[in-house]
Design a protein around this ligand. Structure first.
Ligand code: RFL
Ligand code: PHB
Length: 411
């Protein structure tokens, strides 16, 4: 019998666990890992294959708090070896780059390490300690959310199954079914769609400098980032309706170089483009992040535009709060901490929303901006890169706001 699940009837294909988790992204996997460390059983069901989730290229910047929790819970070994420790970022405008020294300003740093690498490390840890992840599930639905034992229905290789739980964690991302299963009227939605998108590429080219460059150029935003000592990651602001087929490799490089090149002549190294995609930009929050015995965590509850590099970090912060509440409940029967889950998360979520919106607003070209808006934007960039107070505020948010959970992971 698989640990984490107990068949309650072999004919009906029913299983039982304490926490049923929908989605094996960073939120679902980290939640299962944190619960396991507290002796709480869970089962993860995932719509995609293991290979797909381990290769999906997404986020790249881990806040100090995310790095610390991965290290403290035994997941950090490969990240410590392969992750790139960054003490600062650069902000480019009017053809000059200005460095913000995050470590000087906050005593903290970030680590550049791909989200899919974190996913690989978490999958390995879960499967290595006998945890259950069911990949390639179909026909997923969730039921009896207000009963003592909610149920997840799904099919695996054509066989219908039921997973009976004490709680369900909806970690199934923005397009998942969990949020959509909550009755209309029970949630309030806060939403903003931006009039631009990011065209992102991975290039087989060694990074030409160590730190990230966020550039505001008259032709639009550009970001220079990386994944490893051999692979550069770059983004360009583009139209949300942009057809990627219109962007040849030459056009992409020419646009990137125009937007990133500085008066000092610095530019990214070029190389074969390994992958390209267009990502729309959105800010989105639902309140509350709970309905009955269903808890939403990560992108299923909120989306931030990627400018502040916060999405994955926020997902990890949510599940730390959730695991903390579930641990308190299973240890002492006290559900007060769990009942405060949504409120605790949302206080931080909104601050991170504000920062991500603000970074987006200072760095992108808005199609409807007039000359006043343009001057004000330049003044803001000038302020943030020349005033220590301005730079410190940016740095404090970029390395990650604190998440203080009393006795987190106390055995
Ligand atoms: P995920 O990662 O979307 O995982 C959800 C999982 O649920 C599965 N799923 C289902 N499983 C079962 N049944 C269903 N019905 C299901 N429906 C969906 C999906 O297959 C998937 O495996 O959500 P999670 O765990 O909340 O994690 C959120 C992060 O992935 C996301 O916020 C970040 O990637 C955002 N993001 C960034 N975040 C950062 O912290 N730093 C960054 O530098 C950063 N850069 C980015 C980003 C996102 C980007 N894109 C592509 C959206 C850069 C980009 C370009
Ligand atoms: C990335 O490397 O993918 C990345 C870095 C910083 C961001 C967003 C994405 O703000």
């Amino acid at each position: 019998m698989e640990p984490g699940s107990v068949p309650i009837s072999s004919e009906e294909k029913m299983m039982r666990t304490q926490v049923g988790i929908v989605g094996a992204g960073p939120a679902g996997l980290m939640l299962a890992h944190l619960l396991h460390l507290q002796g709480i059983e869970s089962v993860i069901i995932e719509a995609r294959s293991r290979q797909y989730i381990e290769e999906r290229v997404r986020a790249g910047v881990l806040e100090q708090g995310t790095v610390d929790i991965l290290n403290r819970t035994g997941i950090g070994e490969r990240m410590r070896k392969e992750g790139l420790l960054h003490h600062g970022i650069e902000i480019g405008f009017q053809e000059k780059r200005h460095r913000i020294d995050m470590t000087d300003l906050t005593g903290k740093a970030v680590v550049v390490y791909g989200q899919h690498e974190v996913v690989k490390d978490l999958v390995n840890a879960r499967l290595g300690s006998g945890g259950k992840i069911v990949f390639n599930v179909e026909q997923v639905s969730i039921h009896r959310l207000n009963d003592e034992h909610p149920v997840i229905h799904f099919s695996e290789n054509g066989t219908l199954e039921q997973l009976h739980c004490d709680y369900i964690a909806g970690c199934d991302g923005f397009h998942g079914i969990c949020r959509q299963s909550i009755p209309e009227g029970a949630l309030t939605v806060y939403d903003r769609i931006y009039p631009f998108a990011w065209l992102g590429i991975l290039a087989d080219a060694p990074p030409s400098q160590e730190e990230l460059v966020y550039a505001n150029h008259e032709r639009g935003f550009a970001l220079y980032s990386m994944r490893s000592p051999k692979v550069t990651r770059l983004y360009l602001q583009c139209d949300p309706a942009e057809d990627i087929a219109n962007w040849s490799d030459d056009r992409i490089w020419s646009e990137l170089l125009t937007r990133l090149i500085g008066v000092d002549g610095w530019q990214p190294n070029q190389g074969p483009i390994l992958q390209k995609s267009v990502t729309p930009m959105r800010s989105f929050v639902v309140e509350p992040m709970q309905y009955g015995r269903l808890f939403l965590a990560g992108d299923s509850a909120h989306i931030v535009p990627p400018t502040g590099a916060k999405g994955m970090n926020l997902a990890i912060a949510d599940v730390r709060v959730l695991a903390h509440g579930l641990a308190a409940y299973y240890k002492s029967g006290n559900s007060e901490t769990l009942a405060a889950y949504s409120e605790t998360c949302l206080r931080r979520v909104w601050k991170v929303q504000r920062f991500s919106w603000w970074m987006t607003s200072i760095l992108h070209r808005f199609p409807d901006a007039n000359s006043f808006d343009q001057r004000r934007q330049t003044a803001e960039l000038d302020y943030v890169t020349s005033s220590e107070a301005g730079a410190r505020s940016l740095a404090e948010n970029y390395v990650g706001l604190p998440l203080n959970l009393a006795n987190e992971l106390a055995g």
